[in-house]
Every structure is written in structure tokens, then in C-alpha cells.
Write a protein that binds this ligand. Structure first.
Ligand code: CO7
Length: 357
């Protein structure tokens, strides 16, 4: 199908799930086939998301390629593709470990575009900065949708406060910016060492979540009126905190993973959680409660989200998280996964820039 003379290699180097469930670099991983409305990207950088390190047990398809976020250069396009040309630099996300197509994961030499969940990088943006964006945008965008709040292309008529719990996470800094660009007022929590960081992304107020009485202080500062909370951490403590900060009339709580129902203890609060890769609209084969049917409306939302974000990035109005760039080979992606799993990064997103592969 490709319009050019690209010859599909039989195999590729990729980080896969081996038969014993461990992650390893394989030189003979499958190369995904291309549909006529898709294109191939030669991978130049990948970001490491906490979710990549959690692909264990029933999440796994043996031999499947891991990884969510990639950036690179378009090397071949399907016959129906009109919106990119060979040589364009793009970043995108994949639903890794989908049982129906285990050869589609970001951590391989060749990525295939998925739906329209990709965007072109402006000339001034580094490939590693591009790699850090897609999963975070998918997650933050869906969370904003589930809160019932607008994207920046159709800003809110009335400014409303939104609590982003965990503002110094990679998801948090994107959510803060998108909310502010939509004329909402993001307030946030993080450690004091990251106060300046979250303010630089547009947080109007910042609170230290570990200080006693912090949720009550937020409730007071928002005049018992806060109606929107986005929980980028999702622990029993963070859920309890957000529920306590919401005002008397309740409101909405959205988390990034299934949350503890015992902490979600107020009838007036409508809680829900986001499944990042659901944005492709193809459902998910991950185990319950993650598995789900496809949703075309969500795919359309994803297309819109990436168009809006491409435009904001181009104009310099939306930027990624500070990076911890690791230069290396595919083996270094495994090292990067260990680094992320250890939970030692604070205010930085790990990206591997591939060199010499
Ligand atoms: O979207 C997807 C696919 C699309 C196609 S897949 C989903 C991708 N998204 C993720 O993987 C994010 C889900 N997040 C997680 O699973 C992570 O475990 C958390 C929830 C911690 C955050 O992930 P994220 O990548 O957004 O953040 P991070 O790793 O950059 O955040 C680290 C920060 C720390 O620095 C802590 O902040 P400070 O200011 O205190 O240093 O998270 C903060 N943190 C906590 N804050 C409060 C970590 N643990 C915390 C805790 N309480 N227990």
C-alpha cells in the first residue's frame, strides 16, 4: 500500500514481553502491517510512562511490543493518507498490549499511526520533547472531557476553579495548561520544591498536599464552592483529599486509574476515571475493570484534541513537562523503565532519545 519505495523489513528491534513475562529487547519482533489510511514512523525517541511499567500479569500479550509514546520521522504513507508527507516529524501514542494487535507498541523501530492521535512537531521542537506529549495529552484531555469542561478552542464562559491534585506530574502540567487556555482557573497541589514549576505552567494557587488540613484549606479558599477535581495521583489518600476539598454542593471527581470506592464517600460527587488508550476508539483488551468496547465519539474527541493541541504547540502556547533525557539504545529503554518504576523522578518525564540504532 505505501506510496513510496519503502520496503517493509521482516523484523524489527523492539522491547517486548518475553514468554516468562519479563521485558526484553528482541531483534526479531514483528513489524505491524499498514492500513491504507495509516503511515509508518521511524522511531527516534520514546517517552516512558508509569503505565508502561505496569504491563504485568493479565495485561500482557506474550511477544507483544511495549510502549505508549513515540516521536520520529514519517518514512512511508498509505495510499489514502493526505495529511502528512514523508519527512514530516510527528509524535503519537499507541494502545500497547492490545491483544488484537500486539505488534503495535511504541518501543520499536517502526511505529504505525493510530487513528488521528498524532501531531506534527513544529520545526523548533526537539524530537524528545515531542515524545513526551501524546499519552499525557490523551489522559489530560479525556479527564477534562469527563469533568464536563471545555478544551481551549471553545473556552469557558465563566471562569471556574478546578483542582488538579498532583500538579507536578507529567499529566498535571499538561492539564493545568489546557484548563488555563480554556479560561478556567487551575489550582493545584504538589511538594513545595515544585511550586515554581507548576506556577510556570499556569497554576493560579498551589498547596502542599502533605501539610495538615490542606484539603480543608482549599475548601475554605474556594468558599465551599469547588466543583471540579482532577486527581493525577489516584491513591486512597488523593481520592479522600479531593472529595474533602469539593464544596458543599459536590461536583465531579476524575482520576487516572480506578479509585478506591471507600474513599469516594459523598453522594453529591460524581466520580469517574480515565483510561488513556480508550481514546483511539477501539476499546481495550486489558483486564477488568480496564477492558471496554470501542467508542467512536471518543475517537472523534481524540482527533479534535490533537488538532487543537497541534495548533497550540505550533503557536508556543502549550509545552511539555521538563525532561530527563537518556541517550541510548533499546536496552536503555529498559533502564528508563526501572527509573520510572522506582518513583525517584520528581517534576521530570523520562525520554529515551535513540542513538546508533
Ligand atoms: O494515556 C495512555 C495511553 C494513551 C494512548 S496510558 C496512561 C499514561 N499515563 C500514565 O501512565 C499516568 C498514570 N499515572 C501513574 O500511573 C503514576 O503512577 C502517577 C499517578 C503517580 C503519575 O504519573 P505521571 O506520569 O503523570 O507523573 P510523574 O511520574 O511525572 O509524577 C511524579 C510526581 C512526584 O514528583 C510527586 O510530586 P511532588 O511534587 O510531591 O514531587 O507525582 C507526585 N506523587 C505524589 N503526590 C502525592 C507521586 N506519588 C505521590 C503521592 N501523593 N503518593
Amino acid at each position: 500500500i505505501p506510496k513510496d519505495d519503502f520496503t517493509l523489513p521482516k523484523t524489527q528491534t523492539a522491547v517486548i514481553v518475553s514468554d516468562d513475562g519479563t521485558f526484553k529487547v528482541s531483534q526479531d519482533a514483528h513489524v505491524p502491517q499498514l492500513k491504507s489510511d495509516e503511515f509508518y514512523i521511524k522511531t527516534e525517541a520514546v517517552a516512558i510512562n508509569p503505565s508502561d511499567t505496569k504491563m504485568l500479569g493479565d495485561f500482557q500479550t506474550k511477544g507483544g511490543i511495549l510502549g505508549t509514546d513515540y516521536a520520529g520521522t514519517v518514512i512511508a504513507v498509505g495510499s489514502e493518507v493526505t495529511d502528512v508527507v514523508i519527512g514530516d516529524r510527528v509524535c503519537g501514542a499507541t494502545h500497547a498490549m492490545h491483544a488484537n494487535r500486539p505488534d503495535r507498541g511504541a518501543f520499536g523501530q517502526y511505529n504505525v499511526s493510530a487513528s488521528k492521535i498524532w501531531l506534527k512537531l513544529p520545526a523548533g521542537m526537539s524530537i524528545e520533547a515531542g515524545a513526551s506529549l501524546p499519552a499525557g495529552l490523551c489522559t489530560a484531555g479525556q479527564a477534562i472531557r469527563q469533568l464536563g469542561l471545555p478544551l481551549p478552542d471553545a473556552p469557558a464562559e465563566k471562569p471556574k476553579k478546578v483542582l488538579v491534585y498532583g500538579g507536578s506530574t507529567a499529566t498535571g502540567t499538561l492539564a493545568i495548561q489546557l484548563l488555563k487556555l480554556a479560561k478556567l482557573i487551575p489550582i493545584t497541589t504538589c511538594s513545595p520544591k515544585n511550586f515554581d514549576l507548576v506556577k510556570s505552567y499556569g497554576a493560579a494557587e498551589v498547596y502542599d498536599y502533605s501539610s495538615p488540613g490542606c484539603a480543608e484549606l482549599i475548601r475554605k479558599d474556594t468558599a465551599n464552592n469547588l466543583a471540579y477535581t482532577l486527581d493525577c495521583i489516584t491513591t486512597p489518600e488523593s481520592t479522600t483529599f479531593c472529595y474533602a476539598a469539593l464544596g458543599r454542593a459536590g461536583g465531579r471527581y476524575v482520576s487516572l486509574d480506578p479509585y478506591s470506592t471507600f474513599a469516594a464517600n459523598r453522594k453529591a460527587v460524581k466520580g469517574s476515571w480515565v483510561l488513556g488508550p480508550a481514546i483511539f476508539g477501539d476499546g481495550s483488551s486489558w483486564p477488568a475493570p480496564y477492558g471496554r468496547e470501542g467508542d467512536e465519539e471518543l475517537r472523534d474527541f481524540g482527533t479534535k484534541l490533537f488538532q487543537v493541541c497541534e495548533d497550540l504547540i505550533e503557536k508556543g502556547e502549550l509545552r511539555g513537562h521538563p525532561l530527563r533525557v537518556i541517550e541510548g539504545r533499546w536496552e536503555d529503554v529498559l533502564k528508563g523503565m526501572e527509573l520510572v518504576k522506582a518513583g525517584t523522578l520528581s517534576g521530570e518525564k523520562a525520554v529515551v532519545r535513540l542513538v546508533g540504532v
